[in-house]
Design a binder for this molecule. Structure first.
Ligand SMILES: C[S@@+](CC[C@H](N)C(=O)[O-])C[C@H]1O[C@@H](n2cnc3c(N)ncnc32)[C@H](O)[C@@H]1O
Ligand code: SF4
Length: 386
């Protein structure tokens, strides 16, 4: 069961930075290596960085752990077990801790899933991306739709909780095609789906193709129609969005992702991981070295791979709270914004955005972005934060 906003929560994010191949749309910190990866050495480094981080942020109770990537399902179950054991050694772990792991359908096999479960993983999130082979090929994926569905079936049989990701607003995708695909997806989903609109990220092969006119994404009106279809179909099937791209049955939200959007504390472990820790009453925005081999050497030399450690001032902290919190359907409590920034949100701007139908204030006083305001979220946040 998801905890309510405001209840204490502390997450640990673990980043595994390797993939079997690099997808042409992806700008995550993921790397392909053609030599064997020394998992034991990485495990020792993860364990060491966990210990160092726990020294900086002691006494927390871990309510969620997220193993993301890259492709963490390339790790041996014993590596995952070693990481989880180290977390349990350095922090208290809640009895109902959520332990999620991203898995790529290419690297999935039942024996490994069983091993992950035995190691302590209790929720899996599969990168399915599309339900037809032509789309999967154009996304550069190494699995077929059938393999992806087989992986979902294996996940269903092993984990009490699972989710999968799809990417929409793909080249040539019409709202009718997406509606049919989504219906099919929902039939396979249990409690959670992540549905991401394709973003053309700088410095990816898709960026070059798009700039050269060789890859066309849906125009603004079609993208909007695709978004609307997503909301309508999912809500009608009992999977309303609780965040712009995430849909769940009530109580089945990903607890770990919720803590990012609610502005709660989390440690980031591994190459290119981000963290937010409260140290001596100040919020620290922390990031580690992105290059796996450099991160490894830094950890071996000094116990951590941290390369950014910024203390956020009250304005930065409040802006981040607004930016993240307004992504959630539950919205934000404006009193918390005031407590963080030392000033209230501008009532004139709130009134204007309400009039435009972009935001609403619910009876408890929470501020929420409306369905029609969500596609304009960046502008709404910029307006409120100004
Ligand atoms: C960190 S990735 C890792 C998942 C796993 N490695 C895989 O690909 O199956 C998490 C999700 O982000 C989404 N994603 C990555 N790049 C994207 C992009 N450019 N536009 C939209 N969604 C994207 C994909 O749906 C992916 O499953
Ligand atoms: S989408 Fe997943 S598998 Fe593809 S490169 Fe990114 S992290 Fe790796």
């Amino acid at each position: 069961m998801t905890r309510a906003d405001g209840e204490p929560a502390f997450g640990v994010y673990i980043h595994w930075p390797f993939c079997l191949s690099k997808c042409p749309y992806c700008d995550f910190n993921s790397h392909v290596r053609h030599v064997a990866i020394d998992e034991q050495r990485y495990l020792r480094a993860f364990v060491r960085e966990i210990a160092t981080t726990a020294e900086r942020a002691p006494g927390r109770e871990v309510t969620s752990i997220f193993l993301g990537g890259g492709t963490p399902s390339l790790m041996q179950p014993s590596t995952v077990g070693g990481i989880l054991e180290a977390i349990g050694k350095h922090w208290r772990v809640a009895s109902d801790v959520e332990v999620s792991m991203e898995a790529n359908p290419t690297s999935v096999e039942a024996t490994r899933f069983r091993g992950y479960r035995a190691a302590g993983v209790n929720r899996v999130s599969l990168g399915v991306q599309a339900l037809d082979d032509i789309s999967l090929k154009s996304l550069g994926r190494m699995h077929s739709a059938q393999e992806a569905m087989d992986a979902v079936a294996i996940a269903r049989s092993i984990f009490e909780r699972y989710s999968f990701d799809l990417i929409y607003a793909r080249p040539n995708q019409t709202p009718a095609m997406w509606q049919a695909e989504l219906q099919k997806a929902i039939a396979e989903a249990a409690e959670h789906l992540s549905l991401y609109q394709l973003t053309i990220e700088a410095e990816t092969p898709f960026f070059g193709l798009h700039a050269a006119g060789k890859l066309q994404t849906p125009d603004e009106a079609t993208a909007r129609a695709l978004y609307d279809v997503t909301q309508e179909v999912c809500a009608a099937q009992g999977l309303p969005s609780y965040e712009i791209s995430n849909h769940a049955r009530a109580g089945a939200e990903c607890r770990h992702n919720l803590l990012y959007w609610r502005g709660q504390e989390y440690a980031g472990i591994g190459p290119g991981a981000h963290g937010r820790l409260d140290i001596n009453g100040l919020r620290h925005a922390i990031a580690t070295e992105k290059r796996p081999e450099t991160w490894l050497m830094r950890v071996e030399a000094c116990g951590h791979g941290v390369v950014v450690d910024d203390r956020l001032n009250s304005e930065e902290r409040a802006d981040e709270f607004l930016l993240m919190g307004l992504r959630l359907a539950e919205g934000i409590d404006p009193r918390r914004y005031q407590a963080l920034s030392g000033r209230a949100l501008d009532p004139v701007r709130i009134a204007m955005l309400r009039e435009e139908g972009a935001i609403m204030v619910d009876p408890s006083g929470r501020l929420r972005v409306t369905q029609s305001g969500f596609p304009l979220l960046d502008a709404v946040v910029a307006d409120l934060a100004a």
